[in-house]
Design a protein around this ligand. Structure first.
Ligand SMILES: Nc1ncnc2c1ncn2[C@@H]1O[C@H](C[S@+](CC[C@H]([NH3+])C(=O)[O-])CC(=O)[O-])[C@@H](O)[C@H]1O
Ligand SMILES: O=C(O)C(=O)Cc1ccccc1
Length: 248
């Protein structure tokens, strides 16, 4: 029997007070509200998605192989398929959440780009990457245990062909506590403006505490340098959300 395609819902996961806030996980409940949650929680999310598609078109030659690591519902993959259509990309989306991958496949099937995107359920820590021309990790490294991050970046570097493109987007923290608090407050204000209450903001913050560990931009740059990247810049920042471009 085919699964019914439930429409996505408004995110109210943390709207009522919980006796105990469980650790955040990318389960079915999160998948069902994911588009609403990510757009209302990540400043300039849609703009970053569009720009990454345009970068693929600008920076890749014909027939590129492109990884979307931590693909969720495939928004990066779909943006690349759309903006870089004339380059005939072969896009590989990977995510370790079975609920996400299943819904991502339905989402991609609804578009006509299905034959350029293939999906796989796997953990970024252990998955092997084939030779490729571009890798995107959009807001996913932050969910991986910090001690395992360098190996993933090394693996990306080794898989990329010369002139290969790496886009790494992350929520960050600043080592300067005064400035860090300002950016955190600005982000919370962004969430309030998008309809989240103080209770929702604080319960989600507790849920994410052990699951999402943030690095500074300096740590990210050092990891990229350690892996071998010599061309690295921050190409986008909105509050405490950044996107870094590295070219091999
Ligand atoms: N170890 C892991 N291995 C593979 N996937 C993982 C792992 N840990 C977490 N994930 C997956 O990483 C994704 C993070 S969301 C990415 C948004 C997307 N890139 C987007 O541009 O829409 C970001 C967010 O929700 O803030 C989820 O789908 C997890 O299942
Ligand atoms: O919601 C937040 O506060 C965030 O930091 C971003 C986020 C977005 C979606 C899932 C997990 C974290």
């Amino acid at each position: 029997m085919t699964k019914s395609k439930k429409p996505f819902s408004h995110d109210t996961l943390y709207a009522t007070e919980k006796p105990k806030v469980e650790k955040f996980s990318f389960n079915q409940q999160v998948v069902d509200v994911f588009p609403d949650m990510i757009n209302r929680s990540v400043p300039s999310y849609q703009n970053i998605i569009d720009c990454v598609g345009k970068m693929a078109n600008l920076l890749c030659n014909s027939n590129p192989i492109i990884y979307d690591l931590g693909c969720s519902l495939g928004n990066v993959s779909l943006s690349i398929a759309k903006h870089a259509q004339s380059k005939n990309p072969k896009i590989k989306g990977i995510d370790n959440s079975s609920a996400m991958i299943e819904r991502c496949q339905q989402h991609i099937d609804a578009f006509s780009f299905g034959n350029s995107i293939s999906l796989k359920q796997a953990d970024l820590v252990s998955v092997a990457l084939s030779p490729c021309n571009m890798v995107v990790i959009n807001f996913t490294l932050q969910f991986i245990e910090p001690t395992k991050r360098q190996n993933i970046i090394n693996k990306v570097y080794r898989a990329l062909e010369p002139k290969g493109v790496f886009v790494l987007s992350e929520k960050i923290e600043l080592s300067n506590a005064v400035l860090n608090n300002v950016l955190v407050d600005l982000h919370h204000e962004f969430k309030r403006e998008n309809g989240y209450s103080d209770l929702e903001i604080s319960q989600k913050r507790s849920a994410l505490e052990e699951v999402m560990r943030l690095d500074t931009v300096k740590i990210h740059q050092e990891r990229l340098c350690e892996a071998g990247f010599s061309n690295v810049c921050v190409w986008y920042q909105h509050f405490n959300f950044v996107s870094i471009l590295a070219i091999k």
